[in-house]
Design a protein around this ligand. Structure first.
Ligand code: FES
Length: 217
């Protein structure tokens, strides 16, 4: 314990309280940790595991399944260039080549200054805008080489900060209304659920005992 900030930890505890099983809060807590660090550091993974009561390997196994959770060091901007069919036909591989040269890293790599991670992405569901590019999961439209260079310049100079926060920040305006529930309400609901489960188990036991008696008669 000790890597996640007190604020993130408090939010994580609130999330755990929302679910019947603490492990159900695993993915939302991963997003919180990623919001703090920009990616899921091993220290964060270990702490999340402790919070939700699973092993670090289970957190890693779950997080690594999802594209939006990054378990490797990630730059401030994750630049995703789609090379799936529609984008490939519109010059995605040429654009990716250009991006590699401009950033000085191969797809999958991160620039030395930690500003950019470049990835070769599968369909980003923006095929009508091929070749499709996203930065931190925000669409930045179809780009040619000049457009890509302008994008990189803008990002470096912070000109797109309003629309593209650093990687890991999902939303900048927190929702304060909607699903809210107190810890007491959650405990009461869990107790009710436990009693109902026990009643069902007792009924099943009684039924099984009756059936066995009938068979033996
Ligand atoms: S094929 Fe590139 S966004 Fe769908």
């Amino acid at each position: 314990m000790g890597h996640l900030s007190p604020e993130v930890l408090a939010d994580a505890r609130r999330l755990v309280d929302l679910y019947p099983e603490p492990r159900s809060a695993l993915i939302p807590i991963c997003h919180l940790a990623q919001g703090q660090d920009g990616w899921l550091r091993p220290e964060a993974i270990a702490e999340i595991a402790e919070i939700v009561g699973v092993s670090p390997a289970e957190v890693l196994g779950t997080a690594s399944f999802y594209d939006m959770l990054r378990t490797e060091e990630t730059g401030r901007y994750l630049v995703s260039v789609c090379t799936n069919v529609a984008c490939m036909l519109q010059g995605a591989y040429e654009l990716l080549d250009h991006a590699e040269q401009r950033l000085g890293v191969k797809a999958g790599g991160t620039t030395e200054d930690g500003m950019f991670t470049l990835e070769d992405a599968e369909c980003l569901a923006g095929c009508d805008d091929a070749p499709c590019v996203q930065v931190n999961h925000r669409y930045v439209g179809h780009l040619d080489a000049d457009g890509f260079d302008a994008l990189v310049d803008d990002l470096r100079l912070g000109r797109r900060d309003d629309e593209i926060p650093r990687h890991g920040v999902l939303v900048r305006v927190r929702r304060e209304t909607g699903l809210t529930v107190s810890a007491d309400e959650v405990s009461a609901e869990r107790a009710r659920q436990r009693e109902a489960d026990e009643a069902v188990a007792r009924q099943a036991e009684t039924g099984a005992a009756g059936a066995a008696k009938g068979a033996g008669a």
